[in-house]
Design a binder for this molecule. Sequence first.
Ligand code: ZN
Ligand code: ZN
Length: 447
Amino acid sequence: MTEDDVDASIKSPPAKRRRGKKDEVEVDEKTVEEKVKVEQDGVGEVKVTKKRTTKKKETITMVVPRTQGSSVSIGAHVSTAGGIHNAITNLLMIGANAFALFMKNQRKWENPPLDPEFAKLFIAGCKEHDIDPAKCCLPHGSYLVNLAHPDTDRKKQAYDSFLDDLIRCDRLGILLYNFHPGNANATTREEGIRLIAEAINRAHKDPATGKTVPVLETMATLGNTIGGTFKDLKEIIDLVDDQTRVGVCLDTCHVFAAGYDLRTPEAYAETMKKFDEVIGLKFLKALHINDSKAPFSSNRDLHARIGTGYLGLRAFHNIVNDTRLHRLPMVLETPVDVIGEDGKKFEDKSIWAREIKMLESLVGMDVESDEFRELEAKLQKEGDAERKKTGDAFDKKLAKAAKPAKATKAKVKGAEPKPLKAKAAPRKKKAAKKVEAEDEDEDEEDE
Ligand SMILES: [Zn+2]
Ligand SMILES: [Zn+2]
């Protein structure tokens, strides 16, 4: 997700975060009384009517009904601003058949109780629209949680947040829960892996977590990050006692950046074979569907719109035509920031609506057809400037790394182990986003 997605469960977001949220509900105390009614009308339009006791009725009309009977389950990470139930409205607006959301503010440590009224509306909304959250919902964990942290207090704080999220999932009928495995900045990789598995085992034993399945996300970076290789994830899973309750989410951008190619049918088959041999395909529970602004093996986590990045449309054709993945939730985390007519940036979520339909249309599409070739070329052209920018930066970095002597060792991203003494010093709140990140690039990385 990108920095602008920090809206989950925030009741009073800072002013700057509110810019451009055109299609979202203004958040205030009155949203408790809000009733959301979504109707599917006869001409294939979804009408979203929001009735509130204190504000005038607003109707947002979108022309993107959810595709019925598609063999793929595709959606996006939707906002829960104003309450968790708003995720339903937001997924209906973009025609999503799968979705992700944050269970609470993903950049804060607080665990405010789940509002029972919102929970009820969420469950009722799922029922009304025939959405099975146990199958198509993949929440995303907090960015602050690092279950691999060995420090007693930090470990407790991370575990409490993780456990609280799992309990929320169970209350809402959500089965899968995606999270970043963690990093070994303050310990060894081996110990970090052991700590992550230990936390999963502990959560499994807590009856309040129900049958929820913690899902480990594949990561883009190497170095101290845990999850940049399939082997890391396998080692965690090996230490989990109940392996029916653990899984992996494959992020297309992340694995590509970490050196697993998906671009050609052969490369894709090879990567999936590796996944199966190292981890086991039965553990694959979901996918994050993102193109990559950064080149292959760059270890950069920079999401691009589908078809515009270094992965290209063919990679996504490979994925949606792999019948082994057809039952899994596929969640877009592609950037939707655009510049409006007023020169201000806003989130245009209709981009996700179009990407969902496009990905669905790739199922069974002939890659030799004019339709595919034209679409592929058009999207690559859209991403030309962005690819050139990150490609040039990557080339420079490689050139720098190739230079002998002093500059080399420490400058290769993620390769520098943090000194052990750093473990006791929790960093300042304003650096929250980067607390657990090793990446020292200036560009904003996605997650
Ligand atoms: Zn990412
Ligand atoms: Zn993530």
